[in-house]
Design a protein around this ligand. Structure first.
Ligand code: SF4
Length: 360
C-alpha cells in the first residue's frame, strides 16, 4: 500500500521503497524521530483567540476520529520503529471520554529497548483535578499545562471562557501529584500578556513548575500573526533579566525549549528553578527536530507547519490492513520531511488546519 500525501501547496518528494524497511525513523537530513505527538480530539473546553474562531468552527467528523484500538496500533508500530515518547494533545485531550484507558493502553507499550514508552500530556488543566489520580495510576509520566495569564478577566477574554479557577485547581493537583518536571506553557503575546511575564514565572516557581514561554507562531485561526509585532525570545529574556540573573542550562539536546536557571530560586526539593523559551520563530531548532504528529482523524504530519499529510485512515480501516503498511506510511511521512518550517520564506504558507486540529 502506498502513502497518500494530501498536498496544499508544496509537494514533498516521496521516495519509493518504504515498505519492508526497518530500523529507526530517519529523515533525509539524518534526524532520528523518537517523539510521536498524538492529537486525541480537535475539541476544546476553551476558545483561545489565537487558536480558534469564536463561532463557525468546523469540527472533524466523528466517524473519522481514531478509535482507541487504532491509536494503540499506530503507537505500537511506531514504537517498533524507535519511537520512545508519546505526547497526548488535542484540542484538549481530557475531553476524550476514554482518556484514562488511552493512557493505560499506551503506557503498556514497550519500545525497541524493552522499556515502556514515556507517555506525556499537554492539557489546559480543566478536569485535571478530577482525572489526575486515575491518569497517574494508568501510567501518565509527565504533564505540560497551558496557562497564558493568571489574571481572571484577562483569562476570560483571551479564552472566551471564565474557567481560570478550574485551570488553577488543575495546576495545584499537578503540583501535589509529584509528576516532575511539571511544565507550564505560556504563549507570549503583545498587548495581551507581555506585561505579565515575571508574574507568570513567579507563579510557576510557587507551584514547583517550570514556566516555558512560547513565541507566537503563524498558526492562528484569524491569520493575524505579524512577525514585526510578535514578542521575541530576546525581549522575553530582557524582561526576565531585570528581575533574575539568568544562567543558561547546557545539554538541551533535541528539546524545543532553551532553559535558564533563575538565581536565588529553588524548588521545594531544593533543585534550582528554571525558565524556558521556545523560540520557534526567531531561533528555530528544526535541525534537531525528532517529532512527528498523528492527528485525531488519522493524518500523519512530519512538521507543525507541514502543508502535506499522510492519510492513515484507509490503511487502518482497509480490508487488507497490516502493520507493515502502517510502518510504510510512517517512513514515507518521515522521508518527506523538509529541513525546517520556512516561516521567513516569502512563499511560506500557513497550514490549512488550525492548531486545535494539529496538536501542540
Ligand atoms: S517547525 Fe517543524 S521541523 Fe521545525 S521543530 Fe517544529 S515540527 Fe520540527
Amino acid at each position: 500500500m502506498t502513502a497518500t500525501p494530501v498536498s496544499i501547496g508544496r509537494r514533498p518528494s516521496i521516495l519509493p521503497g518504504d515498505e519492508g524497511a526497518s530500523g529507526p525513523l530517519v529523515d533525509g537530513f539524518g534526524r532520528v524521530h523518537r517523539d510521536l505527538r498524538i492529537s486525541l480530539t480537535d475539541r476544546c473546553s476553551l476558545r483561545c483567540t489565537y487558536c480558534m474562531p469564536e463561532q463557525g468552527m468546523e469540527w472533524l467528523a466523528r466517524t473519522s476520529i481514531l478509535t482507541l484500538d487504532e491509536i494503540e496500533r499506530v503507537a505500537r508500530v511506531a514504537a517498533a520503529a524507535g519511537i520512545t515518547t508519546l505526547r497526548l494533545t488535542g484540542g484538549e485531550p481530557l475531553l476524550r471520554p476514554d482518556i484514562v484507558e488511552v493512557v493505560d493502553r499506551l503506557a503498556r507499550i514497550r519500545g525497541v529497548d524493552g522499556e515502556p514508552l514515556h507517555v506525556a500530556m499537554t492539557t489546559n488543566g480543566i478536569r485535571l483535578k478530577e482525572l489526575l489520580p486515575s491518569l497517574v495510576d494508568a501510567g501518565l509520566r509527565r504533564l505540560n499545562i497551558s496557562i497564558d495569564t493568571i489574571d481572571r478577566e484577562r483569562f476570560a477574554t483571551l479564552t472566551r471562557r471564565d474557567r481560570l479557577d478550574d485551570v488553577l485547581e488543575g495546576i495545584e493537583a499537578a503540583r501535589a501529584s509529584g509528576l516532575r518536571p511539571l511544565k507550564l506553557n505560556a504563549v507570549a503575546m503583545r498587548g495581551v500578556n507581555d506585561d505579565e511575564l515575571v508574574d507568570l514565572v513567579a507563579f510557576a516557581i510557587a507551584h514547583d513548575a517550570q514556566l516555558r514561554f512560547i513565541e507566537q507562531m503563524p498558526l492562528d485561526a484569524g491569520h493575524t500573526w505579524d512577525r514585526a509585532t510578535m514578542v521575541t525570545r530576546e525581549e522575553i529574556l530582557e524582561t526576565l533579566s531585570a528581575r533574575w540573573d539568568l544562567e543558561p542550562v547546557p545539554g538541551r539536546g533535541g528539546a524545543p525549549a532553551e532553559r535558564w536557571t533563575l538565581a536565588g530560586e529553588t524548588t521545594s526539593d531544593g533543585e534550582p528553578c528554571t525558565v524556558g523559551v521556545i523560540a520557534s520563530v526567531t531561533a528555530p531548532f528544526c535541525g534537531d527536530c525528532d517529532r512527528l504528529r498523528l492527528t485525531a482523524d488519522g493524518q500523519l504530519r512530519n512538521c507543525l507547519f507541514s502543508t502535506s499529510e499522510y492519510d492513515l485512515l484507509p490503511v487502518l480501516r482497509g480490508d487488507a490492513s497490516t502493520d507493515a503498511a502502517i510502518d510504510a506510511v510512517l517512513r514515507a511521512c518521515i522521508r518527506g520531511k523538509l529541513p525546517g518550517h520556512a516561516i521567513d520564506d516569502p512563499g511560506f504558507l500557513q497550514p490549512a488546519r488550525g492548531m486545535n486540529a494539529i496538536g501542540g
